[in-house]
Design a protein around this ligand. Structure first.
Ligand SMILES: *[C@@H]1O[C@H](CO)[C@@H](O)[C@H](O)[C@H]1NC(C)=O
Ligand SMILES: *[C@@H]1O[C@H](CO)[C@@H](O)[C@H](O)[C@H]1NC(C)=O
Ligand SMILES: *[C@@H]1O[C@H](CO)[C@@H](O)[C@H](O)[C@H]1NC(C)=O
Ligand SMILES: *[C@@H]1O[C@H](CO)[C@@H](O)[C@H](O)[C@H]1NC(C)=O
Ligand SMILES: *[C@@H]1O[C@H](CO)[C@@H](O)[C@H](O)[C@H]1NC(C)=O
Ligand SMILES: *[C@@H]1O[C@H](CO)[C@@H](O)[C@H](O)[C@H]1NC(C)=O
Ligand SMILES: [Ca+2]
Length: 496
């Protein structure tokens, strides 16, 4: 299943670069384009689509805040001993020397071939008072996570920690996941792993012991928040029905909100001790050190932008579809002709743009011909939608076979074969003006109104027992005539 997870993720969030795009079936949806020009009956027009920015390394755009602010090591300089060996004390931290300093930014630099770079806290000098550190990552922008959050600890993984998220720029926080060597003891929660979750519980907040176990930290330094596994659960073991999947993604607000954040907070509650007893005589062995934090995601632009720029220390969606705001979360001024709405992943593959429409659309703005168009207002794309037989940007022209008469009407009568009957008069080839006693397209039916008499049988509610009307007869005749002319073996009496 594993290799499928990546695909699942792609399918759900289309976290693909354009080059890779071609390798995925188009039916899976591609949301990298917001609009394209198309040729239609009215000439060149825009076709608008749901769109979103590519996923990216979001750590490039964050602001990191530590609490307490002076918790970073090196002021004053300190010497640390190794957790696994109290006699190995060659870890020096000095904030005033670049080579010996361990500032927070080293959690987000690119690890090259050089020795690992890491942020390090002061040691647990005040034991048994808890060594508490909050690391807050703020984007000042709503983002959607697309891949696992991965923290790499350089001096043992913490024995207790909580990962939290905020959706409102840090005003309120919810836990994402609890981590402990002993979940019951630390948080009075049953230990679970992401494998214990089901499709129905995938948004449950769990405590896991998976990433806190003993001395194995030398080989496994990472602590994860498993987003891919949750996506895979959401998608189910097999992905045959992308439409229903996108449908769920569109309609399951909880699910989308779950992966949406403005801030993350790592609450470090107890450092690695590697033993049941803390060696009180040598507290220089206990501290936090993080070499890397990975956060992969994309700007949330409500499917109204395919690009998000980092401008003056700020992430901004480049909104399309006449939307605006940091998340394209509202309609531009003068484009509030209907309520704002997020774009939709459906129907796949291009979704629905739900563009904002101009205010006061109608004969003011659009000047759609009131007779030729379905509505005097433009539709959401700012286009006059024409009635059958009508065309032109304002729906003021008739297609071939149609004749203008307060809108385009098909040819109904003439003074040759399609004669109005019973003294009716053909008006502009589009209708017969009938004498009051007759009705029907060609005035072929007597009116069935009691005061006019006649039309017997109609009053009783039964089908009038009349011979086929002359109009119908004429039409039948025409039809037969034309088919006869087209048929080689004509059986029509020659004398007719
Ligand atoms: C940080 O500053 C506070 C208040 O100034 C002080 O009490 C505390 O000991 C300092 N902590 C460290 C690790 O230097
Ligand atoms: C910790 O133990 C080592 C080895 O005994 C010693 O060199 C070091 O000074 C000790 N550190 C502290 C703060 O006691
Ligand atoms: C960290 O965040 C928690 C939760 O909001 C708060 O109670 C605590 O005071 C913060 N600071 C530290 C150093 O734990
Ligand atoms: C966050 O962004 C808003 C605009 O979107 C800006 O007004 C505000 O100053 C920013 N706050 C910080 C702390 O950067
Ligand atoms: C947004 O408004 C501009 C200016 O009126 C217009 O050219 C453009 O086509 C509109 N876009 C959409 C998606 O309606
Ligand atoms: C508006 O009408 C045009 C032309 O019929 C059509 O192509 C377009 O999809 C319509 N837009 C919406 C949002 O209904
Ligand atoms: Ca680093």
């Amino acid at each position: 299943m594993r290799p499928n997870f990546a695909l699942t993720l792609q399918a759900l969030w289309t976290a693909v670069c354009q080059a890779a795009m071609q390798h995925y079936p188009a039916a899976w949806g591609h949301y990298d384009v917001c609009k394209s020009q198309i040729y239609s009956d009215e000439g060149l027009t825009w076709d608008f689509m749901a769109c979103q920015p590519e996923a990216a390394d979001m750590t490039q755009f964050l602001k990191v805040t530590l609490d307490p602010p002076n918790i970073t090591c090196g002021d004053p300089p300190e010497t640390y001993c190794a957790l696994e060996n109290p006699y190995m004390c060659n870890n020096e931290c000095d904030a005033s020397t670049e080579e010996l300093a361990h500032p927070p930014k080293l959690m987000f630099d690119t690890e090259g071939r050089n020795p690992t770079t890491f942020w390090q806290s002061s040691s647990w000098k005040k034991y048994p008072k808890a060594l508490l550190v909050n690391i807050t990552l703020s984007w000042n922008k709503t983002i959607e996570l697309t891949d696992d959050i991965v923290l790499t600890f350089e001096s043992g993984r913490p024995e207790q920690m909580v990962l939290e998220k905020s959706l409102d720029y840090g005003r309120s926080w919810q836990p994402y996941q609890f981590y402990a060597t002993d979940c019951l003891d630390a948080f009075t929660m049953e230990p679970k792993t992401v494998q214990d979750l089901t499709q129905h519980t995938l948004l449950d907040i769990i405590c896991t012991e998976e990433y806190s176990r003993g001395y194995v930290w030398k080989y496994d330094k990472t602590v994860r928040f498993e987003i891919k596994d949750r996506f895979a659960l959401f998608a189910g073991p097999r992905l045959h029905n992308m439409a229903s999947l996108y449908g769920q993604l569109d309609t399951t607000k909880n699910l989308r909100d779950f992966f949406t954040i403005t801030d993350l907070r790592v609450r470090l509650l107890r450092p690695a001790t590697g033993a049941t007893m803390v060696d009180e005589n040598n507290l220089s062995r206990y501290f936090y050190a993080i070499s890397d934090i990975k956060v992969q995601g994309r700007c949330k632009c409500n499917l109204h932008a395919n690009s998000c720029v980092f401008d003056r220390e700020k992430l901004i969606c480049e909104c399309e579809h006449n939307t605006t705001g940091p998340d394209c979360g509202r309609c531009k001024r003068n484009y509030q002709g209907r309520a704002w709405s997020a774009g939709s992943y459906l129907p796949i593959p291009k979704g629905t743009a739900n563009v904002c429409v101009p205010n006061n659309v109608g004969p003011v703005k659009c000047s759609c011909n009131p007779f030729g168009s379905v509505s005097d207002r433009c539709n959401a794309t700012g286009v006059c939608v024409c009635k059958a037989g009508t065309s032109g940007p304002k729906c003021q022209q008739c297609l071939r076979g149609f004749i203008w008469d307060n809108g385009c009407k098909s040819r109904v009568c003439d003074n040759e074969l399609l004669r109005c009957q019973n003294g009716g008069v053909c008006v502009n080839n589009v209708r017969c003006s009938c004498p009051s006693a007759y009705t029907g397209v060609l005035c072929e039916k007597p009116r069935c109104e009691t005061e006019l008499g006649g039309c017997k049988g109609a009053e009783s509610g039964q089908a009038p027992v009349t011979s086929p009307s002359i109009g119908t007869f004429l039409m039948l005749l025409l039809l037969l005539l034309s088919s006869a002319l087209l048929t080689e073996a004509s059986y029509w009496p020659a004398g007719l």
